[in-house]
Design a protein around this ligand. Structure first.
Ligand SMILES: *[C@@H]1O[C@H](CO)[C@@H](O)[C@H](O)[C@H]1NC(C)=O
Ligand SMILES: *[C@@H]1O[C@H](CO)[C@@H](O)[C@H](O)[C@H]1NC(C)=O
Ligand SMILES: *[C@@H]1O[C@H](CO)[C@@H](O)[C@H](O)[C@H]1NC(C)=O
Length: 272
């Protein structure tokens, strides 16, 4: 086995190595005998005990996401995507989900148009369905001990509802904060606009682009167990495997940052 894999690894380009660090889309379809014996939700409770207190709802700005990729040509922003999109809805402090609740395309078929618009994969190599399935299996299945989140369909319905509730574009535009290649924004001014809608504990995250500018990438919104805004969580590191695919950091308070426009033709170079 290894002898056949090793030469392949050696010949991998840096771009492929980067992709290897992304979430593993294979090997998640396991259904154990216990699942059938005890029923999935019981097994879920037993393993996770629904011990998490807070959820993190994370929205990403497509242009910023594309800046986070260190290689050209990995990113795609579909023509229909012109707005903040969902990255995920994550219970906090859960180390790993059990991968025991597989998700199928038919589970979310009725939401597909909405999901394609609001929760698209922005990676050329991964289909949107793969992105959704990965988020469900890594995070959603752990949240399934709460009524209202206890199936793939409900998890994605709630996430879409939250996306409608947190219409960042509209909140920002009302305060004249709009995408621009020239005009940087201060962290304090943006937080002030968002806090009434997202609570005081929201975090705005940046990545550095090729010109070493701080570029707005995503917003993390803490929610309580009952899916209302605000939650006291100590732990800022998501407790989260998705940090592998999520290279953002809190935007530094004293460095103005950019909110780049979306360019569908050149998603990774919207400002040249
Ligand atoms: C689950 O949580 C309750 C308290 O909420 C605790 O009493 C119980 O021991 C926990 N069970 C497991 C298996 O961790
Ligand atoms: C983003 O969505 C909001 C409604 O959710 C809409 O008002 C706004 O125009 C959208 N922005 C763009 C650039 O399409
Ligand atoms: C939701 O949970 C929070 C924190 O536990 C609590 O303060 C709030 O009253 C709850 N809201 C509702 C509508 O139940």
């Amino acid at each position: 086995m290894w002898s056949s894999v090793l030469p392949l690894l050696v010949s991998l380009s840096p771009a492929v190595l980067f992709l290897l660090q992304l979430p593993d889309y294979t090997n998640t379809q396991e259904v154990t005998w216990e699942d059938y014996k005890y029923g999935r939700s019981e097994l879920q409770d037993e393993k996770q005990n629904c011990s998490w207190k807070c959820l993190l709802f994370t929205l990403q700005w497509p242009s910023g996401f594309c800046q986070s990729l260190n290689k050209e040509n990995l990113c795609i922003i579909p023509e229909s995507v012109n707005n903040w999109t969902i990255h995920g809805l994550w219970p906090l402090g859960v180390m790993s989900c059990c991968n025991c609740w597989p998700m199928f395309h038919s589970d979310v078929q009725e939401l597909e148009d909405d999901l394609n618009e609001h929760w698209p994969s922005l990676l050329k190599k991964a289909s949107s369905f793969h992105f959704w399935r990965d988020e469900w299996e890594k995070h959603g299945a752990c949240a399934a001990c709460v009524e209202g989140l206890n199936s793939p369909l409900r998890y994605f319905q709630i996430s879409l509802k939250l996306r409608r509730q947190f219409d960042l574009h509209q909140f920002l535009e009302a305060a004249d904060i709009t995408p621009s290649c020239e005009r940087p924004y201060k962290v304090s001014e943006v937080r002030q606009v968002l806090a009434p809608h997202l609570g005081d504990k929201h975090e705005i995250q940046c990545v550095k682009d090729h010109q070493d500018r701080q570029v707005w990438f995503q917003v993390k919104i803490p929610l309580s167990h009952n899916i209302t805004v605000g939650c006291d969580h100590q732990d800022h590191s998501d407790g989260d495997t998705s940090s592998r695919s999520s290279p953002g950091h809190p935007c530094p308070p004293h460095v103005p940052f950019y909110y780049y426009p979306i360019d569908h033709q050149q998603p990774q170079r919207p400002c040249g």
